[in-house]
Ligand binder design. Structure first.
Ligand SMILES: [Zn+2]
Length: 214
């Protein structure tokens, strides 16, 4: 079906809470637009979004690399000491024959979170340089496909649950990676909460429309 006047559709925004349609209007820097029906926030405009997004993404990636490079926990049981790293958990799943679970964990806990932060860094860098309108569009679409499958937060919680169950049986020492993972998850949640994907779309439109008009 051919939609008449797609340009006009581009200027509409849907409220995530009550699903009413609103026309997108330009707002001042640092202010937000709210839904007239339910009062929830539709979007906000922050001119420093690109710089903030880039800074948080790079910081997150550094913590992600640290989380994957050092031991997560050190478990001492009956005189045996064992260091557990994130990568070791994948290997032991494969070793035990749980290939599907191992592969899924590799994607959900390692590849997708890594890809999301790399996409963010490339995306914000390109937006900052005002380059590659088509590629940034493809990156944003890829981002929205992968985002629901990044499960570092769920992994962190399951590690905590497993450790709580081990208390009393074994001596547990948290490694550097555990704290790095916790900070990484916090940054990931902060970015998700602070920067809505619709706002990046709007920002992209604003950047390349302004550029086109010049
Ligand atoms: Zn609403």
């Amino acid at each position: 079906m051919k939609i008449e006047n797609e340009e006009a559709l581009d200027r509409l925004i849907i409220c995530q809470q009550c699903h009413t349609l609103h026309e997108e209007i330009p707002i001042k820097d640092g202010t937000k637009a709210v839904c007239t029906e339910c009062g929830s926030m539709l979007y906000h405009y922050d001119s420093r979004l690109v710089d903030n997004g880039l800074a948080w993404s790079i910081t997150g990636l550094i913590f992600f690399i640290v989380a994957n490079s050092f031991p997560l926990v050190n478990i001492e049981l009956l005189g045996h000491e064992q260091f557990i790293t994130i990568f070791k958990t994948f290997l032991s799943l494969f070793d035990s024959g749980y290939y599907l679970v191992g592969l899924m964990s590799l994607f959900l806990i390692f590849l997708f979170p890594l890809m999301i932060f790399l996409i963010n860094i490339i995306l914000f860098t390109l937006l900052k340089l005002k380059k590659a309108p088509q590629f940034t569009k493809e990156l944003l679409i890829l981002f929205s496909h992968i985002k629901p499958w990044s499960m570092s937060d769920i992994f962190l919680i399951s590690v905590l649950v497993a450790l709580v169950k081990l208390i009393g049986y074994a001596q547990i020492h948290m490694g550097v990676s555990f704290w790095a993972l916790a900070i990484f998850v916090a940054i990931d949640l902060y970015i998700t909460k602070r920067i809505h994907i619709s706002e990046i779309w709007m920002l992209r439109k604003r950047i390349f429309e302004n550029k086109g008009n010049r």
